[in-house]
Design a protein around this ligand. Structure first.
Ligand SMILES: Nc1ncnc2c1ncn2[C@@H]1O[C@H](COP(=O)(O)OP(=O)(O)OP(=O)(O)O)[C@@H](O)[C@H]1O
Length: 838
């Protein structure tokens, strides 16, 4: 192998080897090397026998580089301190070959000199990049022009790459790599990559330095300016000239002067501005006070919209927005009429300026609830957080008080109660529109904390005003329509009772001085038109319910839904889908099919969603080139398979032991199937196993049902032995908690059906509470239940006799379509509901 090399490479030389432990010499480099070790001395002495040439081989760790630099000793020097040195010039790279023998003690090696071999044009891009990067680095380093000019002047690509060994960013191992990389292109690529990293890092560093520098500078400048400002102010004060205030404070003073604040609020706010100016800028209190001032000034003080009390117009707006709901609209119009009359007769002071102080001093205030708002305080605002004290006694007798309570006591608060999607929220919006007032909605669902309503005290971290005050800000006027949504879903816990705060909000005797804990000033809410909504009455806290005038919205019949869809929902959804009204054709009959086959609800929310889907699909078709109008004949083509099958109700009762009950759930009326089974004989005791998440009252009514049947077995001609077994009673939709006594008749019927083997007639739904004697007592939610029965395809309904009057609420079309029996005794239920003995 060695022989072969010798024969092919004539230029092979044998030269002494000088190890270089700390550096790399590249071709073209001229450098002085100190000669200290014996090895070096021997190598230099031996070089005389090789035309003053030797090979410099760098050493990294224990390893010698595989490539060295063939160098020529230009002169022998004496270095400082008398040491010997040589001045060498790098000639070329040399691949180190095998050891050889030679003169003196030196190590002789065979080397293959290698010259760079590249066409500069082939690496033009690389060289340009590398130059640019290096120039960038040198600029960052603040190196003088000379260095970059020197780099510019190197035209040979290999040499250019070799300059890397001069760089402080390249370590010894990398320098050796430069030397060992014989291929110029590869060498250039390597050094470019390294340099690029260095440049990127320098860029980031300098950006950070610049940013830091800037903010430091700004802070210093600010500090100096502030100090100067202080000095100027002091000087001015000493000269007796203004202004002495902080600019900030001045700014707030201007805003306060411009805002229509009630007098007491103004006094209080001014005090706070004084405090702001006294507070040191470093203190966190500054920002608290500022935030507080901003919140106060954001409130729409003195802003009110003029009521439009034209009743015909109002009715027109309500009618335009909502189909049907005549009774509810009548009630709303009545309220507006009362309001109008009171104003016309001067009983209300709607036209007087809104101020929370003076005019109220004449009225006795009612302080029977636990609030901090004492009687009106014409002399200014009580200290923040003042509790009611004995010096602050209630005036007048709250119970006997026959005086009008508030200034604008315009009657009770309307509460719209009904299942989801029947239009409660949108009615509220309509009322606002009819009156020409702003509208805001306050969602109360899940509010557990009094502070949510009334705000946190200012000392509390992250404190903010409560929802009522925020709603006023949002409304931008002091007389908006505020919809208190889901008032049945507020609950109290250890954090206080939100309903107590709501009581105060809704009480005309108190709400002209509603005090938010955060704001600490009185807010006059007496001009606000509050409307509450709820899904169910039962969970509205009692005292709150007392203040409400309940109007129920029980849901719609299928025919009503079709009209609503036609008049409102379809138009809206077509517009949403970017279609014009004539681009989709759908008959009432098909709409009805959608209602029946794809929705199951008391309201129209699912219906609206289905219509949205339908119009979207139609829009896709039109966009894809189908000719308009799209005629909808079979909704399943657009909505997918039918989801709701109403024959359900008749199928389910096809075996003895199952009866159909009517119930009111959170989503409106619904039918429930009571299933019963006899498990085993329990020795004549007659016991019950109940499933389906039944509440206490429901469990008791199951016991009553069984006891009634057992105690009247003989009279009812029931098999007494069969009744002595263990029964399982289940209410399907097992995951939904249910309670209430109104399933009494249904359970009695199901059990009677089971023990007699007589099936319950298909199409019969029932509701009513049962006593141990078998009396049927009245229940609630008649309209919702009858509508649900109708919706589910039942044709006969059994209701308690004492609910007879409620049936008037049910639309005539539904009444006509169904047979309704009123029953006083559960025996009548059994004879009407059970099929005859086979
Ligand atoms: N009688 C109606 N006429 C026209 N549109 C109606 C009618 N009833 C309901 N809608 C529409 O149905 C949608 C749902 O109504 P809304 O959101 O007001 O229901 P809600 O009773 O407030 O329900 P929730 O209790 O869930 O808040 C709204 O788009 C509303 O405009």
């Amino acid at each position: 192998m060695v022989d072969q090399l010798e024969s092919t490479d004539r230029a092979q030389l044998t030269v002494p080897l000088l190890p270089l432990p700390g550096g790399v010499v590249v071709p073209g480099m001229v450098v002085t090397i100190a000669v200290e070790s014996d090895e070096a001395k021997a190598a230099i002495a031996a070089a005389a026998d090789a035309d003053d040439r030797l090979v410099l081989v760098p050493k990294v760790g224990d390893r010698y580089a595989t490539v060295g630099t063939l160098a020529h000793i230009d002169s022998h020097d004496r270095l400082r301190g008398g040491r010997k040195g040589i001045l060498v010039r790098g000639l070329s790279r040399a691949v180190i070959g095998t050891g050889a023998t030679g003169s003196g003690d030196a190590t002789w090696v065979r080397v293959d000199p290698v010259l760079d071999d590249v066409d500069p044009d082939d690496v033009a891009d690389l060289t340009r990049d590398y130059r640019a990067i290096i120039t960038g680095i040198l600029e960052h380093r603040g190196a003088g022009r000379t260095l970059s000019t020197a780099i510019e002047e190197i035209t040979d690509p290999g040499q250019l790459a070799d300059t890397a060994v001069y760089s402080p960013d390249v370590d010894l191992a990398q320098k050796v790599e430069v030397l060992e990389t014989l291929d110029v292109t590869v060498r250039l690529e390597k050094v470019t990559a390294w340099a690029r990293e260095v440049l990127a890092e320098l860029d980031v560093r300098s950006k950070i330095r610049a940013d830091v520098g800037e903010s430091m500078e700004k802070r210093q400048r600010e500090y100096i300016l502030r100090e100067q400002l202080k000095a100027i102010r002091t000087e001015l004060r000493e000269m007796g000239a203004g202004p002495a205030e902080d600019d900030d404070g001045q700014d707030y003073r201007t805003r306060v002067a411009e805002a229509a604040l009630p007098d007491d609020v103004r006094t209080f706010v001014t005090k706070e501005i004084d405090r702001l100016e006294r507070t040191s800028e470093q203190s966190p209190e500054q920002s608290w006070i500022r935030t507080w001032l901003d919140r106060i000034l954001e409130l729409p003080w003195g802003e009110r919209s003029d009521d439009n009390l034209d009743l015909d117009r109002a009715r027109g707006v309500l009618d335009a927005d909502h189909t049907g709901l005549e009774e509810v609209k009548d009630r709303l119009i009545e309220q507006l009429a009362v309001r109008k009359l009171r104003i016309e007769r001067g009983l209300d002071a709607a036209s007087e300026p809104v101020a929370s102080s003076s005019p109220l001093a004449d009225w006795p205030a009612d302080t029977d609830t636990d609030t901090e708002t004492g009687p009106d305080t014409p002399t200014g605002t009580p200290e923040p957080g003042a509790e009611p004290t004995d010096d602050n006694p209630p005036v007048g007798d709250p119970v006997e008080d026959e005086q009008p309570r508030g200034r604008r006591g315009s009657g009770a608060i309307l509460a719209l109660v009904g299942p989801p999607g029947v239009g409660k929220t949108s009615l509220g919006e309509s009322v606002a529109r009819a009156l020409g007032r702003r509208f805001v909605r306050v969602a109360l669902g899940g509010v557990r904390d009094e502070a949510e309503i009334r705000g946190h005290r200012r000392t509390y971290v992250g404190a903010q005003p409560g929802r009522i005050a925020r709603a006023m800000t949002e409304a931008g006027s002091m007389n908006p329509v505020v919809l208190l949504d889901e008032i049945d879903k507020v609950g109290g816990d250890y954090r206080g009772d939100p309903s107590a705060a709501l009581l105060e909000v809704l009480d005309p005797a108190q709400n002209h001085t509603f005090r938010d804990h955060y704001l600490e000033v009185d807010l006059d809410l007496s001009d606000v038109l509050f409307i509450a909504t709820a899904n169910v009455l039962e969970t509205i806290p009692g005292p709150l319910l007392d203040r409400l005038e309940v109007v129920t919205l029980d849901g719609y019949t299928d025919a009503e839904k079709v009209t609503i869809a036609r008049d409102h929902l379809l138009t809206r959804q077509l517009t949403n889908a970017g279609l014009s009204l004539d681009e989709v054709e759908i008959t009432d009959e098909v709409l009805r099919h959608v209602v029946e086959g794809w929705t199951r609800e008391a309201g129209v929310r699912q219906l609206e969603r289905q219509l949205a889907k339908l119009t979207r699909k139609a829009a896709v078709r039109i966009a894809a080139g189908d000719p308009a109008p799209i005629v909808v004949e079979d909704p399943s083509a657009l909505l997918g398979r039918q989801k709701v099958f109403r024959e359900d109700a008749t199928d389910r009762v096809d075996v003895p032991g199952v009866a159909t009950g009517l119930a009111v759930t959170g989503v409106g009326g619904d039918v429930l199937f009571v299933e019963t089974a006899r498990l085993d004989d329990d020795g004549g005791k007659g016991s019950l196993h109940l499933t389906g998440q039944l509440g206490d009252v429901m469990q008791e009514s199951a016991t009553i049902a069984l006891s009634f049947l057992r105690s009247h077995a003989e009279e009812l001609q029931l098999d007494g032995t069969a009744l002595g077994g263990r029964f399982h009673v289940h209410f399907p939709a097992g995951a939904i908690p249910k309670d209430g006594p109104s399933a009494g008749v249904t359970m009695t019927t199901a059990l009677a059906s089971l023990v007699t083997g007589r099936k319950v007639r298909a199409g019969v739904g029932m509701t009513g509470e049962v006593t141990l004697q078998g009396k049927v007592l009245p229940i609630g939610g008649v309209k919702q239940k009858v509508l649900a029965a109708h919706r589910s395809g039942l044709d006969t309904v059994l209701l308690p006799k004492r609910n007879e009057a409620d049936i008037d609420d049910v639309p005539e079309s539904v009444r006509d379509a169904m047979t309704i029996h009123f029953v006083e005794d559960v025996r009548d239920v059994l004879s009407l509901a059970l099929e005859p003995v086979e």
